[in-house]
Design a protein. Structure first.
Length: 331
């Protein structure tokens, strides 16, 4: 049984999002991999896509100082409109050629700079109110061009399941994955995103099963369905959202993670052939709030979310590693 590698969106921890504070939190929790999304390197909070050359150099230096590695580039690629139509949303539209030459190229450069093979992305917004299946062919073609550029550079594009996108469920995502037909793209399952869209744990599991032929890695956030009134009321009193640690409330994660465990050895071999260190399970907890382009858990909430994930993984018999004394004495 191969180990999974625990990672997380470290920007969900410290309010400041200062790089040093993100890394201090991660190392204190025993984690050495993180997904980079928002970060402050002394010039204010920026999305990773907006970092300057000087900031990239500084970040590379901090990675060495703190013993941190980037699991994936938490890019917003694919969170743009597929069509240039006014659909009442504030989502951007960027013509494909311009998008490939600017933002996609930039994400590829950053992935190389931070020595990661994985780019987290999305699958385009269809016009609000329209049927995503009506746009699946065009979205697949355009994502295919992004994937082709990643493949040329030895990188992997992961499409995260998220509501309001064409890839908003397992069925659409696997259909696009099959159309693109490349070893350099995969599906990122996020149970919390599916439960947020109204799927029951059983429905989430059914959608997860559809994604298995293209599944790459897992994002972890729990979600409290309306049926859990006691937990919902308790969270509301604290002014929190309905995102919760994964060992509380709804059991969608238990079913998904129990099955995912059987996939880890094969995925581990596939990823290592492509230069990825292993199979990632990536915390994106949102336990104090979350929205379209990010989330917040606080340092305390991130710790709670990690312990919750470890509780679940221990229960399911996963093997994973957190830093211990041996790591300090045998660097």
């Amino acid at each position: 049984m191969a180990d999974v590698i625990l990672s997380g969106f470290a920007d969900e921890g410290p309010v400041s999002k200062r790089a040093e504070e993100q890394f201090t939190m991660m190392r204190a929790l025993g984690l050495s991999y993180y997904t980079i999304r928002f970060i402050d390197l002394g010039n204010g909070i920026k999305n990773v896509m907006q970092l300057t050359k000087a900031e990239i150099k500084k970040l590379q230096k901090l990675h060495k100082e703190y013993g941190m590695s980037v699991s994936s580039l938490g890019s917003p690629l694919g969170k743009v409109k597929l069509l240039d139509v006014d659909d009442g949303t504030e989502n951007r539209y960027v013509p494909l050629k311009k998008y490939l030459d600017t933002e996609v190229k930039r994400a590829i450069e950053l992935a190389h700079a931070f020595d990661t093979k994985l780019i987290r992305g999305f699958s385009y917004y269809h016009p609000a109110g329209s049927d995503p299946w009506d746009h699946l062919d065009q979205a697949s073609d355009q994502l295919g061009e992004i994937v082709a550029l990643c493949e040329k550079e030895g990188l992997i594009y992961g499409s995260e399941v998220e509501s309001d996108l064409i890839g908003g469920d397992g069925e659409t995502l696997i259909a696009m994955h099959k159309k693109i037909n490349s070893p350099n793209t995969c599906i990122i399952m996020d149970v919390g995103n599916m439960e947020y869209k109204g799927h029951s744990p059983e429905s989430v599991f059914a959608q997860y099963l559809k994604t298995k032929p293209g599944l790459g890695w897992i994002h972890i956030k729990g979600f409290n369905a309306p049926a859990n009134r006691a937990m919902l009321n308790r969270a509301a009193k604290r002014g929190l959202t309905r995102f919760i640690p994964v060992d509380q409330g709804d059991a969608g994660h238990e079913m998904v993670m129990r099955d995912f465990k059987s996939m880890v050895p094969k995925l581990d071999r596939q990823f290592k052939k492509l230069g990825v260190p292993g199979v990632f399970v990536d915390l994106e907890p949102h336990v104090k709030g979350g929205g379209q382009f990010g989330g917040f858990s606080g340092v305390d909430g991130f710790g709670v979310a990690l312990r919750s994930l470890c509780n679940l993984m221990d229960y399911l018999g996963y093997t994973y590693h957190l830093s211990d004394y041996d790591d300090l004495t045998n660097p």
